[in-house]
Design a protein around this ligand. Structure first.
Ligand SMILES: [Zn+2]
Ligand SMILES: [Zn+2]
Length: 259
C-alpha cells in the first residue's frame, strides 16, 4: 500500500491511497483543479482514480467531489447514514454508493468503516487492509471511544486528528464563545492532548507510525502539535523516533508512506 496526504486541515482534506492497481481518494476538500494538480505530483491521473471515500459532508471534505467525480465518472462511497446529508450538498449527478459498517472492498483494497463522534449525522473513520497490513484514518472527532480504539488497533500507520491546542483555542480572541464550545465539545475536534493519549493506546496494539492530521490553522501549528504530543508521550516513557514515529500532515502535500 502507498498512502499520501495531499492536504489536511480545516481548509481542505485530501488523501491518496493506492493498493496494487486500485487507487482511491479519501475525501476531496480541494477544488477539482487543485486536486488534479496534486495528484499529478504523484504521477497519478484523475482518470485512474477508482473511487472517492467520504468521511462526512463538511465542505473541507467534499468541496471538489462534485466536479471531479462528475468529470471523470468516479463513484463516491458514503455511509448510508450520511447519504442524504451528502446528497443535499451536491449540485451535479454523481454515482453514490452507500455502505454499512460491515466491511467492503474497492478493487484490491479491503475497507472497514466505523462511526466517529462529530457534529453531523454520520462521520466515518476508515481502516484499509492489504494482506496483513492495515492503515487507518480518523479525523473530525470530538473524543475517542473504546470502540474507535478497537477499530484502530493493529494499524501499522494511523492518520489521527490533532486539531488544536486547548489553551490556544480558549485564548483565541477571534473565536466566538459558541465556536470554541463546538470545537471543544464531545462532537467537535480532537485536541493535541487527547490525540497523544490515543496514540499511547495505539502503541500497545503495535502502531509505530502516526501522522497528526486536520490541524487548525488558528489554534495549532505543526511544531506545537508535534511537540505537545512528543512531550505527552515522554511522560509515559515513550520516545518519539525510538518507540514511535510522529509526522504532521499539513495543507501542503506530505510524505508518501509505503507499507
Ligand atoms: Zn474537517
Ligand atoms: Zn467536520
Amino acid at each position: 500500500m502507498r498512502i499520501c496526504n495531499l492536504s489536511s486541515g480545516s481548509d481542505g482534506n485530501l488523501t491518496y491511497l493506492e493498493c496494487g492497481k486500485t487507487k482511491v481518494l479519501i475525501d476531496d476538500g480541494l477544488s477539482c483543479k487543485e486536486t488534479i494538480k496534486r495528484l499529478c505530483l504523484l504521477g497519478v491521473s484523475p482518470v485512474d482514480i477508482d473511487a472517492v471515500l467520504v468521511t462526512h459532508e463538511h465542505t473541507d471534505h467534499i468541496k471538489g467531489i462534485d466536479n471531479l467525480c462528475f468529470k471523470y465518472n468516479i463513484p463516491v462511497y458514503v455511509h448510508e447514514d450520511g447519504l442524504t446529508s451528502l446528497e443535499k450538498k451536491l449540485t451535479k449527478y454523481i454515482k453514490l454508493i452507500p455502505f454499512k459498517d460491515n466491511g467492503f472492498e474497492v478493487g484490491s483494497i479491503g475497507v472497514q468503516s466505523f462511526a466517529v463522534p462529530h457534529d453531523v449525522k454520520r462521520c466515518t473513520g476508515y481502516s484499509f487492509y492489504e494482506n496483513q497490513k492495515k492503515i487507518s484514518i480518523v479525523t473530525d472527532l470530538g473524543h475517542t471511544t473504546t470502540e474507535i480504539i478497537k477499530n484502530l488497533a493493529g494499524s501499522t500507520l494511523v492518520y489521527l486528528e490533532a486539531n488544536h491546542d486547548v489553551q490556544t483555542l480558549i485564548n483565541n480572541p477571534k473565536y466566538p464563545f459558541q465556536l470554541k464550545q463546538r470545537i471543544l465539545g464531545e462532537n467537535g475536534h480532537l485536541s493535541n492532548k487527547v490525540s497523544a493519549e490515543t496514540i499511547y493506546e495505539l502503541l500497545k496494539s503495535g502502531t509505530r507510525q502516526v501522522v497528526l492530521s486536520h490541524l487548525s490553522t488558528e489554534n495549532n501549528s505543526p511544531t506545537l502539535a508535534y511537540e505537545s504530543v512528543k512531550l505527552a508521550l515522554e511522560e509515559h516513557g515513550v520516545i518519539e523516533g525510538t518507540h514511535i514515529k510522529i509526522d504532521v500532515a499539513t495543507l501542503s502535500p506530505g510524505a508518501i508512506f509505503k507499507l
